[in-house]
Design a protein around this ligand. Sequence first.
Ligand code: PHE
Ligand code: ZN
Length: 878
Amino acid sequence: MYRETPHPIFLHDYQPPEFLIDRVDLAFELDPEQTMVTARLELRRNPAATRGDGTVCLHGEQLELEWIALDGHPLNPVDYRVERESLTVQRVPDRFVLETQVRIHPAHNTALEGLYQSGDMLCTQCEAEGFRRITYFLDRPDVMARYSATLIADKTRFPVLLSNGNRVASDDLDDGRHRVRWEDPFPKPSYLFALVAGDLRAVEDSFTTASGREVALQIFVEPHNLDKCDHAMRSLKKAMRWDEERFGREYDLDIFMIVAVSHFNMGAMENKGLNIFNDKFVLARPDTATDVDFDGIESVIAHEYFHNWTGNRITCRDWFQLSLKEGFTVYRDQEFTADVASRGVKRISDVRVLRSHQFTEDASPMAHPVRPDSYIEINNFYTATVYQKGAEVVRMQANLLGPEVFRRATDLYFARHDGQAVTTDDFVRCMEDASGRDLSQFRRWYEQAGTPELHIQTSYDEATRTCSLIVRQHTEPTPGQPVKAPFHLPLAIGLLGPDGRDLPLRLAGASSPDAPGTHVLELRQAVETFHFVDLPARPVPSLLRGFSAPVKLSFDCTDDDLLFLMAHDSDGFNRWDAAQTLMQRLLLNLVEDAEAGIPESFFDAFRRALRDEASDRALLAEVLTLPAESYLGEQMAVVDVDGIHRARTTLTRLIGERLRDDLLAVYRDNGESGPYAFTPEAVGRRALKNLALGYLMQAEDAEALARCQAQFAGAHNMTDVMAALRLLVDRGGLESRQALDEFYRRWSGESLVLDKWFSVQATSPREETLTQVIQLMRHPDFSLGHPNRVRSLVSAFCNLNQVRFHAADGAGYRFLADRVLELDPLNPLIASRLVKSLIRWRRFDPGRQALMRAEIARILEREDISKDVFEVASKALD
Ligand code: PHE
Ligand code: ZN
């Protein structure tokens, strides 16, 4: 057990800082084994704070203090106290300069927070609380200071030395080292500090802002990756332009740098002027990266760039406000992708992620509001709720206000709060002030956890030609929140006439009819009734269009209604959703009864869709994809792991058999043509083609196997190669082994491609997968110290392979707990994320429940587990 139970931190305990820091001058003598950090801090008492006891208490962890001086005078040991996580200085004046020197050890920093070594380079990661592993500081986001950083390092090993802001001086020292000084003119919180040292090369470009300033753009990578930066650079320039046009936001420094590093806990980091990226979100060449990778790069580059305004210029007052920057920035990157690619497809993939990650989190022991009110370890709150649900909450406000008013509201937010550290409430107040609307009830979205369930009953009265909707909302209790108040939410709906077109909508009592199309109802009560009058015929309702609110919707409709919506709904999202609901019904029937038939009408609809030349292929591929096994599990009272896998495999095979000719035609018609292009059109063709191949392969079609092998051997882009490899591996046998070996021979030198080799094996539903994964743990290319590799093998198995991870004998659970215990001393953040795969144990049958709980308990028994793992594991058993 944890020696002393870690204490939670509460939002309601927030106090402004007693001291502010105006200026920070840092000097680093960089060396992987030991780095000396000298800090000069200008502190002054915060006029807005209540007076303390005359001491100042700075954060610091794993620092070896070498010396300390106040206003130029070295301090006596009686004047300060060093503890495990702090430095307290007694009897300080209202304004003073504090100087410290500490020693740190980057090469031994396996947690990858603070200053650490990644391959041959040194880099930092300070969000959320990593800066305190670099120097003593008031490491909280409401302390904003101007920084300079002087970096000294060996010139041959570390020819490139980077930090935030502008490079203002550089010289060579006579001992083979060189020195570079950086100054950042913008005040920032410590979590945005960054430095990088390495033997790096840059791809360079430039961008002229709307007001005519020229910004130098640089992407730094290791020399052998110089040929994989084009897509990232293109994405950056697109994002910069888009933010000017859509949000009126211009970049503010003369230089913007991105560095790709191989060892990184998360996706990327928005440090001021010096974004540091997991190389997975920078490096791409058509032959090394898939469409999904290209897509991820474009949106992560945009996301981090957008943080310059939403996060950096305006930052969070405290970490409870994390969604202030993350929810808004995710909303912004979603809109960016919707504008530059396909809006409909983007919405579908965002909702998929929301449903599979956020809804499940909201139904788990880790459920928390978009603005949490307590945490033990903030690293555990970089969650789907803070990010994706936070984005939905911004999206609802944007939709309630409408585009023009929302733009005025964000303009107001940027003008009012520039340079400040603020709260989600400040954000909502700007929405209110710009629109004149009252959003007090809407604020519950930030305060209440849980996914609202919306139940809608519709009826039609022939005599009065009225369609009535009774809408009920209800939210289940979540930990610490037994009773929920109703939410204020937008419900977008349409009514389809017999010809499939939208009918004109007129609410009873309203003076004039709306134009045909979508009507947005605003819900505020637990139960509300709406009457649409003057309808020419009984309509088929299309509800929650565009997924206008992050809720679970249930409504009474027949399979025929769903087929009708799937064929006709003017809302692309709802066409997809109708197809998903229909397939879900068929699959859950099959789970209940393996002999259940599939109605002919389903195959007809599928065939019609395949033959529809006119339709957007990317959207079509989404519509024709069966719901994932994990998603199907969510729809059951108790997840039937094996039944779901059997049912989904059966339906996949039936589609492959019944629609063979159409699928083959689609496969042929959408083949690789010409050089790779990352356009929505080309991405859609590849997605559709590979989906068709998947159905055919499940049907064990001989022609499909030949085509699959040919595609694996001959394709020029990684999307097609991986799609074929995936299918060969899932099929098993000699062909699988050969393909894996060949892939390894070809790509073992490319770390990111090798990750795909690991994960394609880890996610295979074949029975021997766990055995295989355990063997791969011993592969010379596997390392627990490399987060991308751990994710590609261990996390992929635990999170993306429901049927094997949840094997009834509990072997998957044991495997997971063993890995957590191995990883925790090295990297608690990665370990803790893994624990999350066990916390939904209540969703399974008693046998699996017992096995999962036993593993969580085993983790908790370990002495000295990290706060990170303790928090998740202990909440899981609460
Ligand atoms: N702030 C980063 C982002 O979302 C995520 C991150 C958090 C990265 C913590 C590293 C550490 O853009
Ligand atoms: Zn972010």
